[in-house]
Design a protein around this ligand. Sequence first.
Ligand code: DAH
Length: 335
Amino acid sequence: MSSNDPLEIALRELESLEQFSIAALVAASSPEALEAARIEYLGQKQGKLKAAQERLRTLDPAGKRVYGQRFNGVKQSLEAALSAARLRLERRAVAAGAIDVTLPGAIPRLGHRHPLTQTADELIDLFGRFGFSVARGPEVEDIHHNFDALNIPPSHPARDPLDNFFLSEGTMLRSQTSTVQIRVMEAQRPPVRVIAIGRVYRPDTVDATHSFMFHQIEGLMVDRGVTMAGLKTVLRLFARSYLGHDVKIRFRPSFFPFTEPSVEVDMLWHGGDRWVEMGGAGMVDPNVFRAVGYDPEEVTGFAFGLGIERLCMRRHGIDDIRLLYQNDIRFLEQF
Ligand code: DAH
């Protein structure tokens, strides 16, 4: 019976480890004894099972396969024996009156979706009902998608290194989700009706309404005959559905290189005493269509980009954006 094959030796030892350890677990007659046996055999640091696992390294690939499989079996039977032993001791303690089963249990703390996640999910749901599907794009973007294809000229102040997180050669943390418009149009022909939700990055000084990272929802609709009236309708409908029927929004003429005409959209803040910018929007500039190979003679489109934090804050009456990032459970539990 005595073989010198390392695999066979290892398997024999595994076998006896299994027998001894199960015997020890079964024999444990108190929680302390069981814990001692658990540490001896199943202990994470110096347990014998752990040592048996390390033995794997000494075997050749074929041996590893055989031994590994057997090892997993032994591990499972040890864990099963441990739970069985625990249950046995617990039952005995209950029977002996040592455990008062009428005491209330510890109430497990339930997890919770972050208010920004809730907002994003609601926006996806709402725009889904308007027929918009969800698109995604990378947070590490190239200059082409963040600026060039969006008709932002090389000299435009939006490219200022002090206003962007540039990374290595030609890449950056995207400063707007408008990048996803380009990615979607590069990948598909019109008609298009998508939203994109995600993080954007700008080196702004943090205060009650600014953060160096925040979230935007971008919308894009392209087809024959899409109009500015359609854009205003969609945004009004959206604002009413998400912020309530009595919400007031207004459109101000503005400028973005990727839309013409462009507007900024404001909402009357909770309290009703001031207007706060919700985002920008407009009719897709023909140059943007040309950059992605769409024919501006054939289709028109509208686009919008809104700040998700502000929507969430307006909806829930939150006055400081920083509360959304501090992960204070007392704050988060309110939503
Ligand atoms: N990307 C702009 C920003 O971050 C917002 C924006 C304006 C998005 C107009 C659009 C748009 O899609 O049409 O400031």
